[in-house]
Design a protein around this ligand. Structure first.
Ligand code: GLY
Length: 338
């Protein structure tokens, strides 16, 4: 099967059956699998042959401690520079494994089977990996492209509803950033149809990955345009830091709705476009009220450890399918919500 995308000429992204693709993609030599247990969903005799490293579930394991656990297990297993590392799981597994593999012995080759919608449309594609430090998201990591990413939409049939919805937030995000046709298709469908129609889902996954792949092609290391992929994320990260009630996708939905409101107040987005964004997110089942007071979120953003010399890069939607990045101080950002 031909890859759907070849990101940076080094990372092939496939949309199709993981079981079939893996037979072709895995190298002849030694392979070690890292997973959170979702591997059961993809059971394939091929994988049973390999040593595996199991890590826990949830954002709380996205830490340096987990990376160290993986390193120790790699040492126990005698992993060397020629070993290929395969991560099987959602965005947390691929982020942590990508980091461990790209730093162990100064870098091993690795690939991903992405088993969640959020992983398929966002986290596993584009070469960012990393861990959180003291709850601050993705504070340590590298930009290293996986050799391949396999996105198998059929694996999503058994994904819990809440996790599936979380991925839709990143799909809506991609549509707002650069694909008005994808946005319209999402408006014309329903949560239930997306859950049931694997072919439709595969098409929309492809469209969302295209948005990301095109941007990463032009700006791999987030010197400029890649910042657009953080639409809704400044607020989302503050939500995730302040409350454990929402997962990443749910927080991105709230952050996207809030920033659309700010963009209208700034005069860069039409109110009717904000209404379309809010209507789509609500129809997909997202709760759009922040789970903690706005004041607390803004205070958290003021402490943002990733701000560049005191400035934030805020992504503002300017239309359905277009957005701009503005440099603002945390105070200027807070003023948008006064
Ligand atoms: N998730 C945003 C990025 O990969 O740049």
């Amino acid at each position: 099967m031909k890859p759907a995308f070849n990101v940076r000429n080094s990372s092939k992204v496939y949309i199709g059956s993981a079981a079939e693709l893996l037979s072709d993609l895995l190298p002849e030599g030694r392979v070690v699998v890292v997973s959170d247990g979702t591997i059961d969903r993809l059971y394939h005799p091929l994988l049973a042959r390999y040593d595996s490293v199991l890590i826990g579930l949830g954002e709380s394991i996205k830490t340096l401690q987990t990376v160290e656990t993986i390193y120790r297990r790699f040492i126990e297993l005698g992993v060397d520079r020629s070993t290929f590392v395969l991560a099987v799981g959602g965005g947390i597994v691929t982020d942590v494994t990508g980091f461990a593999a790209s730093t162990f012995m100064r870098g091993l080759k690795f690939g991903f089977v992405s088993t969640t919608l959020l992983g398929q449309v966002d986290a596993s594609v584009g070469g960012k990996n990393g861990v959180n430090i003291d709850g601050y998201k993705n504070m340590a990591g590298t930009f290293t492209q996986p050799q391949f990413v396999v996105c198998d939409p059929s694996l999503l049939r058994t994904l819990p509803e809440r996790e599936f919805r979380a991925g839709l937030a990143e799909m809506v995000k991609a549509a707002i950033i650069a694909d008005p046709a994808l946005f319209e298709r999402l408006e014309q469908t329903s949560f239930e149809a997306l859950r049931q129609d694997t072919e439709l889902l595969a098409e929309l996954i492809r469209a969302a990955i295209r948005v990301k792949a095109d941007i990463v092609e032009r700006d791999e290391c987030e010197a400029g345009e890649r910042r657009k992929l953080n639409l809704g994320h400044t607020l989302a990260h503050a939500i995730e830091k302040s409350s454990n009630r929402m997962n990443h996708g749910e927080a991105v939905a709230v952050g996207t709705a809030l920033i659309a409101g700010a963009a209208v107040r700034l005069g860069v987005l039409k109110e009717e476009d904000r209404q379309r964004i809010v209507a789509l997110l609500s129809r997909l089942g997202f709760e759009l009220n922040p789970p903690v007071e706005m004041k607390r979120l803004l205070k958290e953003i003021g402490k943002d450890k990733k701000s560049e010399r005191g400035f934030l890069h805020i992504v503002l939607p300017v239309a359905i399918g277009d957005c701009e990045v503005r440099k603002m101080s945390p105070e200027e950002f807070a003023a948008l919500f006064a």
